[in-house]
Each structure stands twice: as structure tokens, then as C-alpha cells.
Design a protein around this ligand. Structure first.
Ligand code: G6P
Length: 365
């Protein structure tokens, strides 16, 4: 069947807008009505001693977020790697490990080669894919579809948040299997995940505000994204999205690393996008943001209404997302990051769905 834009100007806009629906689908698929996680019994993390997550591009940033989840929720050591590095570094792998390969297409050459390297060395090869008939799905011991539906836009959006959703459920399962999460805590986390589609709908409603901010972003030459904790990989993903489709140089940085380099770039021409949900690290991120403002950087603070009221004095722009369980904030905060890239590309007049030099799926090395 031909995939249409269904009234949207671009596939990317349609795919951003579809996220509440596809995430709800994925959650319905991987949970039961009575509030349990519905993942294969054969997937048991109780004796696993390490997870290794490998992918390319946006899927790699999903792995990077998941690293925080596996560590925090399940107390499980988690490594992440870029597939092209992993495959040639030939890291030692032990049978107590589970290796997770994340790929929208399931055909990325480096990720497939990394999977083939890991097979037989680790206890289990798991894949998190959008295309269930893909090579990566077929060659893994267990393939978990993310159920995002066909993604056409080269810049990945709904596949990213669906990857995150499935990875969050895996981390919760690992937490349960390893006795780190009680049934009540699990139920609470699952309720948090189920709230996300509604919160994302709210975030999508900020599209007009984001478009106005993007008019200004489109005139800049460099943009910096900052975040702490699991918002650090979101900063990396925000920067990747922006550079991919607007061709503006963008970098994502861990807020705490600001002093070790990027602060040298700050002046009044550099927009700095601060991804700061009101979590345990909020005050730390805010103090980094103030260092940027002291050097006349133009801060866009992305937080919730209380966060903006507490810390928004003097910022260039603010975006108020709804409040959200901080553990899963990366899924919600992906929406404004995507919208910023999208509207900046529109303001610049670039080809949103087919950015220059990029391919949807990199099947040759
Ligand atoms: C390309 C695409 C990206 C994607 C990456 C990994 O670079 O443009 O959007 O994140 O490949 O692709 P995969 O299909 O393995 O997720």
C-alpha cells in the first residue's frame, strides 16, 4: 500500500503527529490489561550481568537513553556503542550479557555486522526494530517490533520514540526480573508510560510557538543543545535532527561538560537550547544555563510551567511542556526537539523529507 501524507505537508510532520497513537499501540501490545508487562518469558534478565546496546544514528541515541534506564531501574550495567565502532573494535563479549541491536530499518549495514559479531558470544541477541521482516530481525534470537508503522521521512521521529518506549519496557522487565522493582512500583511506572500519549498531544499543541522560535533559529549558524542525565542523549538527538534537516551546525552536550569546551563558543549569536524537566538534576542544569546567560548566550529553556516560573527569568524564550514522570521525560521532550528541527528547516526552505546527502537506510558501509 502506498503511504500518503494524509493532509500534512511533509511525511516528517505526519510522523511527528502520529506519535501519541503509535506509542499507545506499542504500549497496548507490550502490556496486559491487568497491568503486567507482556514480553516473552524466554527473555529473563534475572541472571543477566550486562546489556550491550548497539545502533547507528538516532537509534544509537535511543540506546543512550536506555542505558540510564537499565542502570537506574534494573541496576544492570549497560554499555552503548555505535555499530561501526563496535564491529571493528571487536570488544570481548561474555555469555552473561544480552546484546540489543536497535534499528528502524533493520537493514543498516554496520548494525547488522555488529549483530553477526555478537551472535554466539553473548547469551542472547535481541533486536528492537521497526521492520519485522528485516535482516536484523531475522538474524536475532528475539526481535521486538516497535510498531511505529512505516516511517518515510529520512530524519527519524516516531521510530525514535517507539524505540524508547520498547526499551523502557525492557528496562522495567529487567527491574522486575532482578527484584529491583516491586509490583506497585512497576504499576506506577506503567501508568507513567501510559500517560505519555496524552502529554505528547499537549506538546504537539506547541507547534505554533515552536514555529515562531524557529524563525530566529533559522538565522543562526551554530546551535547548542544541553541536557543532564537521560536528557543528555536527548540533547544529542535534538542537535542531530537540527543538523540533518536544516543544515545548521548543532552540537549536543552534557550540561556539566559545558565548561570543558563549548562555553568558549557562547556569545549573543548562539542559541542554547536547554532541555530541563524538573527532575533531581534541574537545579544543576539551571546553574549551567545561567553560566550561558552570563556570557550573553540566547537561552531557549524547555521545561514545564513551574520550571519556567522558577528559572525562566532572563531567558530568551521558554517552552512549557506538561509535567511528566521524570524517568520518561526523554520520550516527551523528543517532541519539541523534533518540532524545532522541522520548523527551522521549513523556515530555511530545505527539503525536510529528503535532506541532501542523507539516506533513510544506510545499507552499504
Ligand atoms: C540513517 C537515517 C537515520 C537513522 C540511521 C540508523 O542515518 O537517516 O534516521 O537513525 O540511519 O538507521 P536504522 O534504520 O538502523 O535505525
Amino acid at each position: 500500500t502506498r503511504i500518503e501524507k494524509a493532509g500534512y505537508k511533509h511525511f516528517m510532520a505526519k510522523e511527528i503527529a502520529e506519535q501519541p497513537v503509535v506509542i499507545a499501540d506499542a504500549l497496548r501490545h507490550y502490556t496486559t490489561r491487568d497491568g503486567a508487562i507482556n514480553l516473552p518469558e524466554s527473555l529473563d534478565f534475572s541472571t543477566v550481568d550486562r546489556v550491550t546496546l548497539v545502533a547507528c544514528g538516532t537509534a544509537h541515541y535511543a540506546c543512550h537513553v536506555a542505558k540510564y534506564w537499565f542502570e537506574q531501574i534494573a541496576g544492570l550495567p549497560a554499555d552503548i556503542d555505535i555499530a561501526s565502532e563496535f564491529r571493528y573494535r571487536e570488544p570481548p563479549l561474555l555469555p552473561g550479557a544480552v546484546a540489543i541491536f536497535v534499528s528502524q530499518s533493520g537493514e543498516t549495514a554496520d548494525t547488522l555486522a555488529a549483530l553477526r559479531y555478537a551472535k554466539g558470544k553473548v547469551g542472547k541477541v535481541l533486536s528492537v526494530v521497526n521492520v519485522p521482516t528485516s535482516s536484523i530481525a531475522r538474524e536475532s534470537d528475539l526481535a521486538l517490533p516497535i510498531l511505529a508503522g512505516v516511517e518515510v521521512g529520512v530524519a527519524s521521529t516516531k521510530a525514535f520514540t517507539c524505540q524508547l518506549t520498547v526499551l523502557a519496557l525492557l528496562a522495567l522487565k529487567a527491574g522486575r526480573d532482578r527484584g529491583r522493582l516491586g509490583p506497585d512500583e512497576l504499576a506506577q511506572h506503567l501508568n507513567g508510560l501510559r500517560a505519555l500519549p496524552g502529554l505528547m498531544n499537549h506538546a504537539l499543541g506547541l507547534s505554533g510557538d515552536v514555529a515562531r522560535i524557529a524563525e530566529d533559529l533559522a538565522r543562526s549558524e551554530d546551535v547548542l543543545f544541553l541536557g543532564r542525565g537521560a536528557m543528555y542523549p536527548l540533547a544529542l538527538e535534538g542537535a542531530l535532527k537540527l543538523k540533518e534537516i536544516s543544515y545548521i551546525h548543532a552540537e549536543g552536550y552534557a550540561s556539566g561538560e559545558l565548561k570543558h569546551g563549548p562555553i568558549a563558543l557562547i556569545d549573543d549569536t548562539v542559541p542554547v537550547i536547554v532541555l530541563a524537566p524538573r527532575d533531581a538534576l534541574f537545579d544543576k542544569t539551571v546553574s549551567n544555563m545561567q553560566e550561558v546567560m552570563a556570557r550573553h548566550g540566547r537561552v531557549l529553556l524547555v521545561s514545564d510551567a513551574t520550571g519556567l516560573a522558577e528559572a525562566g527569568a532572563g531567558v530568551w524564550r521558554g517552552l512549557a511542556l506538561p509535567e511528566c514522570p521524570s524517568l520518561f521525560a526523554p520520550i516527551l521532550y523528543a517532541v519539541p526537539a523534533q518540532l524545532l528541527a522541522y520548523h527551522t528547516a521549513i523556515a530555511k526552505g530545505t527539503d525536510v523529507d529528503q535532506p541532501r546527502n542523507l539516506a533513510k537506510s544506510v545499507t552499504v558501509e
